[in-house]
Design a protein around this ligand. Sequence first.
Ligand code: LLP
Length: 426
Amino acid sequence: MDHFDYRDGVLYAEDVPLTRIADEFGTPCYVYSKATLARHFRAYTEALGSHPHLICYAVKANSNLAVLGLLARLGAGFDIVSVGELERVLAAGGDPAKVVFSGVAKQEAEMARALEAGIKCFNVESRPELERLDAVARRLGKVAPVSLRVNPDVDAGTHPYISTGLKDNKFGIPVDEALAVYALAASLPNLKIVGLDCHIGSQLTELSPFLDALDRLLALLARLRERDIEIEHLDLGGGLGVPYRHERPPQPFDYATALLERLAGWPGSERLTLLFEPGRSIAANAGVLLTRVEFLKPGETKHFAIVDAGMNDLIRPALYQAWQAILPVDTRHARDTATFDVVGPVCETGDFLGKDRELAIAAGDLLAVRSAGAYGFVMASNYNSRPRPAEVMVAGDEAHLVRRRERLENLWAGEALLPDVADGEA
Ligand code: LLP
């Protein structure tokens, strides 16, 4: 459930009409709902109840400081994949002791900064990474807490670009090799084994792949115990899907209940802390992309609604053929209905936000692209020299600008003319 609803024909974010946000902050503009973010986060913590757990929000889904700060205040930990994400978490008041660091290519400087900050755990994805981490920790006189990200080879049944738990994917350590790599980790003096983790993919709409992955991790855990390697936490990654259209993914409650049931017979499971790294299920339906129709362009075979947001603002439809609902913001005007491709200003045929949408709209109308709170702004680019949009967070009847629209001069701020041109030479 989210807090984007129509009231008297106008789409609201909580108690603020989106028309007001467009007037105040312009378009295109991302709009987030604080209450929705909080609700989605609490769905996880409440589902896990008294079982020891930590919800490490996947920063990559939406890394705006206001989002991170809100989740930090609610007690969230964070799953990061770069030092940039770590610095964001710290800038937002997040607790480094609740941070897990994922990613296949952590650099030495990133490891060093994370060790200095005192993060909870490095999710290590390969043997050479383990050796690099040990060396960095030794240089700093520290012991690095590690978990191995195991690739359980289960099919998440999702889009190939966001499926990560198959043998063919670059992620994680193959489950058959994990025992040997744990033995290596145990032998390296500047590492401390604390966890075991996996992340099998994103936008999963069934529980069975998660449960298959859990079974494989538990089998591995048993073999680790035989070798006196004890684990404090089990991290099942992120990946729970959201309803974009007709999908009916399980709720965090169903997910947690099924996992806890499966764990119940496991000796010592009540002491095993469960970690999750949800991104999309917390942020996606807590945000919309607000855009204005520039022109309607009727065609012989297709009608186009050309809007002021493009693939550089929201790339999911172009990149994954993702379907996201597109709603008119103000339905109080009488308009004819037609079928439109909703397209952006970018000079690419792939620049669309939605295809074949039944809409009753006119030029100048506002549209809201739903489910845009995750993998929206964070994947935005400046392609076609378009400044990235503003971000606004609604809380009750207040709308806060949480990132101002980029200015044109930001676009070339880090660039330089060649010296002879700058000197005015021919
Ligand atoms: N943990 C790890 C190690 C991950 O790689 C990811 C996502 C997550 C957690 C969070 O997964 P979530 O709960 O959000 O499914 N840009 C794509 C999604 C890429 C996901 C990458 N990894 C999209 O827009 O659909």
